[in-house]
Each structure stands twice: as structure tokens, then as C-alpha cells.
Design a protein around this ligand. Structure first.
Ligand code: CA
Ligand code: CA
Length: 360
């Protein structure tokens, strides 16, 4: 019994917030390559994986996956079934999955975070004033060089079942805005249920229980024979309990909620990270893991190995959006964007976008 207790403590230490297994020793040492069709329109910067090599994800085009299959050993809590693969199925090829995609199953899960699969980073970071892009010890900056803090994060991806003809029982993957270590600012789970694919969103907004996951099923019965486009759109508003997160499924708004800022501001464990400030975000974490202490066991589904979900057309962007009318005035509109990343035609266009984005 004593041994089991000790190994539990060791596991927690390894999966801790700073400096544990899965934390990078230096992000600046790694050359930054960007597999994006870069334009000045952030919504068009899309990773399609076509230039990636098959197999290990880690180190390709600023993607990070210390625990993904084929990565260098010794930096992860487990070896996850996360790889660059050739998508199967003609419908997926037709849907712009092309010759290469990110494939993830939850055949292996763990209680760790920083060793899971992280997308390439947006040029800027996103968060409210005071959001932190440094590690707790100040030694690692998770932002790309020259990054500026912006108040909007937008992420989009296409997901499809690798077994479109049948349910993969127990299959689930969680996608979160993140920065490359253990920290996340939202949570969206994609699962495979008997009636089709299902999406579950988790908020942490209750100041009385800021550590609790408040889970909402925002879509279910999605046809597993078809790819689905998911978009997570986050407005970080300065001050507590006011961030706005929208989730779109196949172009339709399915949920309006909030970020995890209340966890970082009010939960004792959350506050301990950055003195009550939230982490900044600039990428997506694709995680096959458990949050068992929050009531989300995340049990592995071994039969999904080699299958799972394909992810493609991954886009992340951080930019500045208006949060008050004054932001649009005095030519302010010229340096701002709509929530969808588009530039404004004039001040009036900016003000009307503001009115729309306030709707909750
Ligand atoms: Ca592709
Ligand atoms: Ca806020």
C-alpha cells in the first residue's frame, strides 16, 4: 500500500505544472518552420499536413508531441497513438484531407498534459491583460519571438472518423486552447456515440467551485460518415468572469460560454500558477487523457489503436477585436478585426461587429 501511494505521488510530480516530464527545456532553441499558406488574413493560415513526413509529429513545423508515437523517448508519461498518417476512405480524401492528416486515437491515455500533441503556434498570443506566456519559473517563453498579446483567439479544424462505417466505442479526444505546457483555457471533447459523433464543452465559471467542470453536450448525432468543421472563437475581455467563447459546428453556432479564467483567478490550485492571472494561448492541445479528479476518467479505449479520428485543415490565429465602441473610433478600426478575422471597411462596420459579438 505504501508503495502504491508513493508511486501516485511520483506520477503527480511528473505531471505537475512546471518542470515535469513533458515540459520543454527550451522552445527558442527549436527552429520554427511554418506549414501555412501565409497571407495577411489570419483566417487563411491553415495547416493541411501535406508537407509533413508520415509518423512522429514532434518537431515538424512547430508542432510538439513528446508522447506521440516515434518521438524521442524519456520526455513523456506514455506513448500515445498520435501520428501523421494517410487518411483512409474516399469521402475523406474528397473533403480536402489530402494525402496526410493528423490521426489520434485514445488507445493510450494518461493524466499528463504537456506531453500531448500541440499544434503550431499563432504569430501572436491571446489573452486578457496580464495573461502569462512565461513558465512559472520564468525560464521558458511559450510565445513565438516578437509576439504581441491580443484579445481574440480563433481556432478551427476538420475532424472525421477513421472508421466511418461503425462506432468506435469509447473513442474520445479533447481539444483545448493552450500554449505548449500543462495549461489550458477551454475544453471541447469529440466522442463517438452509438447515434454518431458528439461534442461536449466544459466551462469552469462557478466562483464557488472554480475547479469543477461544467459540462454541456453541444452537438450529438453528427454523421460519422462525414467530416465536420469545428470552430472555437474566444474573446478575452479584461477583468474577471467575462470572457466569451463560441463554438461552431459545420458553420452553425452551437454554444456560447466562457473560458477557464475563473479557475486561474479563484481556485487555490489555479491561482498558484500565475498569481491569479490566466495563461496566454497560441495553439491547440489535442489530448487523450484523464481528469479523474474532476470526474472525467478518460479511460483508454485500446481497440481504437490505429484508427480514431483524422484531423486536418487546422487553423489557429490570435488578433485584436473591438470590445467597446471607443476602440473603433479615431481610426482604431483600421488595426482591428472582426471575430472571424476579417478587416473592417470603416468605423461603422467595426461598431456593428461589436454589437454582434456582445450577444450572449
Ligand atoms: Ca491533409
Ligand atoms: Ca476576463
Amino acid at each position: 500500500m505504501r508503495w502504491r501511494f508513493l508511486s501516485f505521488v511520483v506520477m503527480i510530480a511528473a505531471c505537475g505544472d512546471a518542470g515535469g516530464i513533458g515540459a520543454p527545456t527550451s522552445t527558442s532553441a527549436r527552429p520554427v518552420l511554418r506549414d501555412v499558406r501565409a497571407t495577411d488574413e489570419p483566417q487563411r493560415q491553415v495547416v493541411d499536413f501535406e508537407a509533413f513526413a508520415l509518423g512522429a509529429i514532434d518537431g515538424q513545423f512547430d508542432w510538439q508531441s513528446f508522447g506521440g508515437e516515434g518521438a524521442a523517448p524519456g520526455r513523456s508519461c506514455a506513448v500515445y497513438d498520435h501520428v501523421i498518417a494517410e487518411p483512409n476512405g474516399s469521402s475523406h480524401r474528397e473533403a480536402a484531407f489530402g494525402r496526410r492528416s493528423l490521426r489520434i486515437s485514445n488507445a493510450v491515455t494518461s493524466g499528463c498534459y504537456g506531453d500531448q500533441t500541440m499544434s503550431s503556434r499563432s504569430a501572436d498570443v491571446a489573452g486578457q491583460a496580464g495573461a502569462v506566456s512565461l513558465s512559472r519559473d520564468g525560464q521558458v517563453n511559450f510565445a513565438l519571438p516578437g509576439s504581441v498579446l491580443r484579445n481574440h483567439f480563433d481556432a478551427e479544424w476538420v475532424v472525421a472518423s477513421a472508421v466511418p462505417s461503425a462506432q468506435q466505442s469509447g473513442l474520445e479526444v479533447v481539444v483545448s486552447p493552450a500554449r505548449g505546457d500543462d495549461h489550458r483555457m477551454s475544453w471541447l471533447r469529440i466522442g463517438d456515440q452509438p447515434d454518431g459523433l458528439a461534442l461536449t464543452f466544459a466551462e469552469r465559471s462557478d466562483a464557488a467551485q472554480p475547479g469543477a467542470f461544467e459540462m454541456t453536450t453541444i452537438a450529438r448525432g453528427l454523421d460519422r460518415r462525414l467530416p465536420h468543421r469545428i470552430r472555437l472563437s474566444m474573446n478575452f475581455v479584461d477583468g474577471p468572469s467575462n470572457d466569451v467563447v463560441r463554438v461552431y459546428v459545420d458553420g452553425e453556432l452551437r454554444h456560447v460560454g466562457t473560458s477557464w479564467e475563473t479557475y486561474y483567478a479563484a481556485d487555490p490550485n489555479g491561482r498558484a500558477n500565475f498569481n491569479g492571472n490566466p495563461p496566454a494561448v497560441n495553439r491547440l492541445m489535442f489530448r487523450t487523457g484523464s481528469d479523474s479528479h474532476r470526474g472525467v476518467p478518460g479511460d483508454p479505449a485500446p481497440l481504437t489503436r490505429g484508427h480514431g479520428f483524422y484531423f486536418d485543415q487546422v487553423r489557429v490565429a490570435s488578433y485584436a477585436v473591438p470590445v467597446r465602441v471607443a476602440d473603433c473610433r479615431d481610426d482604431g478600426w483600421q488595426s482591428l478585426r472582426g471575430d472571424d478575422g476579417r478587416t473592417f471597411k470603416n468605423q461603422g462596420d467595426c461598431v456593428s461587429q461589436l454589437a454582434r459579438s456582445r450577444v450572449r
